[in-house]
Design a protein. Structure first.
Ligand code: CU
Length: 237
């Protein structure tokens, strides 16, 4: 009986601590003899094509075109995936990051995918037509701004980490993405699908790969002091 009481008592103690740890803010510090995680994101399956059919403002938005569900380079390299370490409490300092910009150009979000940290984001209209840029954390609105004329700009704040899907309430086919990370251990892949995350304190981590069509995939990774851990992650497998 006593043991049960003790067990219940420890659970009561541990649960709030676990929540606190999860919600804890990232703390910047010195990393002595950190390791590197590097590798490649690949995909070798079929690529779905989404047909984009501008139904209004055609002089600005252009003609019908096809957009791939995943951008593939040589050897199945996946472009525009975001690779990051989850739930890191402390580590290297953030490097300087420019304030992210979501630009509406010819009814396309530029860039299509970007990474940001919590904080301000500028939303800009380069087109001479109305855009209404609407960002979502899942189903919840992250921001919702009307940009009625060319060079209209509105600044909003990204309050939470995670995927932000961006639509336009004026042009239903527009789609863009922003991923808000909680720590500086991240990289967005380019055309070669490669990533490298350095100055990681030795330890066990969860490496997450996000891609707009595949969502998130988690992989366990161990980092040893001063060494490089190689990881190749194939999406859709
Ligand atoms: Cu629009």
């Amino acid at each position: 009986m006593r043991r049960i009481i003790q067990a219940v008592f420890s659970l009561v103690l541990i649960l709030p601590l676990a929540f606190a740890a999860h919600a804890a803010k990232y703390v910047e510090g010195e990393v002595a003899n950190g390791g590197t995680i590097q590798g490649k994101i690949t995909y070798n399956g079929a690529v779905k094509m989404r047909t984009v059919l501008p139904t209004k403002d055609k002089e600005v938005c252009g003609k019908t075109r096809k957009v791939p569900s995943v951008v593939i380079g040589e050897g199945g390299a996946v472009q525009d995936s975001v690779v990051f370490l989850k739930d890191v409490a402390t580590g290297k300092p953030w490097s300087k990051m420019e304030r992210p910009v979501i630009n509406n150009i010819n009814c396309i979000f530029e860039p299509h995918v970007q990474v940001a940290r919590r904080g301000k984001v500028d939303i800009l209209n380069t087109d001479p037509v109305l855009h209404n840029t609407h960002g979502y954390y899942g189903k919840a609105t992250a921001f919702n701004v009307a940009l009625p004329f060319k060079d209209a700009k509105v600044t909003k704040t990204l309050k939470r980490v995670g995927e932000v899907r961006t639509d336009c309430d004026a042009h239903g086919w527009m789609l863009g993405w922003l991923y808000v990370v909680s720590n500086p251990y991240f990289m967005q892949t380019g055309a070669d699908g490669m990533f490298s995350i350095d100055n990681v304190p030795a330890g066990d981590y969860t490496l997450v790969v996000w891609q707009e069509s595949f969502g998130e995939k988690e992989v366990s990774v161990s980092v040893e002091a001063g060494s490089t851990t190689e990881v190749t992650i194939e999406l859709g497998s």
